[in-house]
Design a protein around this ligand. Structure first.
Ligand SMILES: Nc1ncnc2c1ncn2[C@@H]1O[C@H](COP(=O)(O)OP(=O)(O)OP(=O)(O)O)[C@@H](O)[C@H]1O
Ligand SMILES: [Zn+2]
Length: 690
């Protein structure tokens, strides 16, 4: 008797399906998880196909050990999503599909302990107290007091268009900071759930832990529903909680799924709308493992399902801006702040080349004056400096020695509170050196300024002010970011000093002054995306000022004439985006061309380069290689991290399809390459950092 063949995707780089025999009845179906032997181990895999025959001789065919039948199988649509992501990002289906599952599902020993929420879909006609009345959620949501807020005319207009959308309709909601985009999302979702009480909505945010207010707004508006109706999905959740939330989404129980980029791969059988808030944020790009863009996958998913998708931002990415300009996305615009008394903040550039009196420790007199005014009026000031630690380097004046990491080709950052020098690439740290190890000089000086140093300076200059620092160091402990932000909202701080963490979508109602320090260096970066990012970042951080009244932004610079700053003072996103796009077109850079990287990591730089050179040789022989430009390998800017040397080569094409098919053809050859000393290599499609 020929046994059934089950084709299983495993979390393995080899992009094939693995054949197994199956004696379990009922036989597993595509979309089900199975437990299979693999080499000397056992792995959880995903059933992709069933077959009658296998190329593997029967005697060598191994058998499926167990099937997870407690939850419904993953749908064909979800399998198609995983297959698309795998193909596009040059990975195996298993790498995409299994890595996207909560770890409790990837461990067969824990399957039994997973409580599967019962779907109301399966239970129709069978009343269950714990289950939501399917119409209750939106109906009660509408009756909530927050729903009584009068919409601004712009919000009303935008919603008229959004609520009329049916089928695949991509929207760019370009609303200035504080224009009330959250309210638009909430209303659109309420409208949808009224029409279709069983629908699911996916709302993506760059960083859930940083924006508890956003989540709170959703819970407040839709709290009338059952607890299960809103779930969050992000990497900060405890393992069991994440599995529970994922299952609630998978069974259709959860209606609103609020998540970070990883949520784009959640199983959502009734998905009817996707919202991507702050769509420009680089956090939507996964920078390790499967390097996907959640925003781009979101567009694909909306298209696959034929549903509306809203990309919201005050500073859209140039990719999205261009799509809208070409009419592929419908652009909706909100130009005014929603709060009745709020206007966009006034912007002032402080010329650091000219100021008299001389700035004290990097803080100009006009900025100090403005902070003192806020203190007197009991308003908050936010000082933005995108550099954490005390000082970026510790150096010796006498011989020029600079403290560096022993594992990386990078300087270590001085952290004065902890009294350490720390590498921001690998985390290596050492006590602060008292004497120069080269010449013995005892007069080592911190160079430059980080948030700790500015905090210290402000505390010395303004002893009565309550100062809070918000950066990756002060928020390392779980929950500490939330606690700090709550202090800010409660008015328990006068001055916040922070990195880009404070810029992300926060609705700080008491901040009326934003001071920006040390952003000039980004004007002259080697990275062609640096201007786009700096502009967005400055508009976003400026957008924290005056959200309920008059706000002011003071930006300290040595280049007050720079076009980027001039556009910023005019709040001219559209003008600046047009300039940048013209430059990119001229220089043939994305979004006008498509790029990919091959990156090699090795014990020596020579080995990494040798791998890439061989990669190029193989590439040149590929059919269609002439449509793709293959540049020379270059070391990464920080070439060594954790003793590993890194180099990469850039591939570029005017045609996405040409690039895709060349990459696909290249992979099997790359896998055959054996270069001594090479630790790993990877292909990245649509890289953001080059
Ligand atoms: N119709 C309205 N009337 C009065 N206030 C409103 C209205 N809509 C929104 N607001 C308020 O305006 C403020 C800004 O809203 P929200 O945080 O949604 O802005 P946003 O567009 O997301 O801005 P950002 O891009 O800076 O995150 C919030 O305090 C919100 O409560
Ligand atoms: Zn290091």
């Amino acid at each position: 008797m020929s046994c059934l063949i089950v084709r299983v995707a495993l979390d393995q780089p080899n992009p094939i399906l693995f054949d197994y025999g199956c004696a379990i009845s009922p036989a597993p179906q595509p979309g089900q998880l199975v437990y299979v032997p693999f080499g000397r181990r056992y792995l959880v895999g995903l059933v992709c196909e069933l077959a009658e025959q296998s190329d593997i001789p029967t005697e060598r065919l191994r058998m499926i050990e167990a099937v997870w039948a407690d939850a419904p199988a993953l749908s064909n649509q979800w399998l198609a999503l995983a297959a698309f992501a795998a193909g596009y990002y040059q990975r195996s289906i298993g790498e995409v599909a299994l890595a996207s599952l909560p770890s409790a599902l990837r461990n067969a020993k824990r399957w039994r302990r997973l409580a599967i929420p019962t779907s109301p879909l399966q239970l129709s006609g069978e009343p269950n107290q714990e289950l939501p009345a399917v119409t209750g959620l939106p109906a009660e949501a509408q009756a909530l007091p927050t729903g009584e807020r009068t919409l601004t005319p712009e919000q009303t207009d935008v919603l008229l268009t959004l609520n009329a959308a049916r089928g695949f309709s991509p929207f760019l909601l370009h609303g200035v900071t504080g224009s009330g985009k959250t309210e638009v999302y909430l209303r659109m979702i309420a409208d949808l759930l009224t029409r279709d009480p069983l629908a699911q909505v996916l709302v993506l945010v760059p960083e859930i832990n940083l924006t508890p207010q956003f989540e709170a707004a959703f819970r407040a508006r839709f709290s009338a529903g059952p607890a299960q109706a809103i779930v969050t999905l992000h990497s900060g959740l405890a393992e069991g909680v994440r599995a529970r939330h994922w299952l609630a989404a998978h069974t259709g129980q959860a209606r609103i799924i609020l998540g970070t980029r990883l949520a784009i791969l959640a199983s959502l059988p009734r998905l009817a709308l996707i919202v991507v808030d702050e769509e420009h944020d680089v956090a939507y790009k996964q920078q390790e493992g499967l390097r996907y863009s959640a925003r781009d996958l979101a567009i694909w998913r909306a298209k696959q399902l034929g549903i509306p998708i809203v990309l919201g931002s005050a500073t859209p990415s140039l990719e999205t801006w261009r799509q809208a300009a070409q009419g592929r996305y419908t652009q909706l615009t909100m130009t005014r702040r929603a709060h009745a008394d709020a206007v966009l903040p006034s912007m002032r550039l402080i010329n650091m080349g000219q100021t008299t009196p001389v700035p004290v420790a990097g803080l100009s007199a006009p900025l100090m004056h403005a902070i003192r005014e806020r203190l007197a009026r009991q308003e908050q000031s936010l000082i933005f400096l995108n550099r954490r630690g005390y000082a970026p380097v510790l150096a010796c004046d006498a011989c020029g020695w600079v403290a560096g990491c022993v594992r990386c080709s990078a300087y270590t950052v001085l952290h004065k509170l902890e009294q350490v020098l720390r590498c921001h690439h690998c985390g290596w740290q050492a006590p602060i050196t008292r004497a120069c190890p080269e010449c013995g000089n005892l007069d080592l000086a911190p160079l430059g300024r980080g948030t700790q140093r500015i905090e210290e300076t402000l505390a010395a200059l303004l002893p009565s002010a309550r100062i809070l620092r918000i950066d990756a160091d002060s928020t390392r402990r779980k929950g500490s970011a939330q606690a700090l932000l709550e202090d800010v909202h409660a008015g328990a701080a006068d001055i916040l000093v922070g990195t880009q963490m404070v810029a992300k979508g926060h609705d700080f109602k008491r901040v009326t002054l934003v001071g920006v320090l040390n952003t000039d260096v980004a004007l002259f970066s080697h990275d062609f995306r640096a201007s786009e990012r700096l502009f967005a970042q400055l508009m976003q951080v400026s957008g924290r000022a005056g959200r309920t009244g008059q706000g002011e932004v003071l930006l300290q610079t040595r280049y007050p004439q720079h076009p980027l700053y001039e556009a910023l003072t005019r709040h001219d996103y559209a003008g600046f985006a047009a300039t940048l796009l013209a430059e990119r077109q001229q220089a043939r850079l994305p979004p006008f061309v498509y790029q990919a990287l091959l990156r090699a990591e090795a014990r020596t730089l020579e080995a990494a380069q040798a791998f890439l050179m061989q990669g190029i040789a193989l590439f040149k022989g590929l059919l269609g290689a002439e449509y793709v430009t293959c540049y020379d390998p270059v070391p990464l800017v920080v070439v060594k991290v954790m003793h590993v040397h890194r180099a990469q080569l850039l591939l570029e094409s005017a045609s996405r399809t040409a690039l895709q098919s060349a990459l696909r053809a290249w992979q099997p050859y790359l896998r055959t390459l054996k270069v001594k000393g090479v630790v790993r290599w990877s292909v990245e499609v649509d890289p953001l950092d080059i």
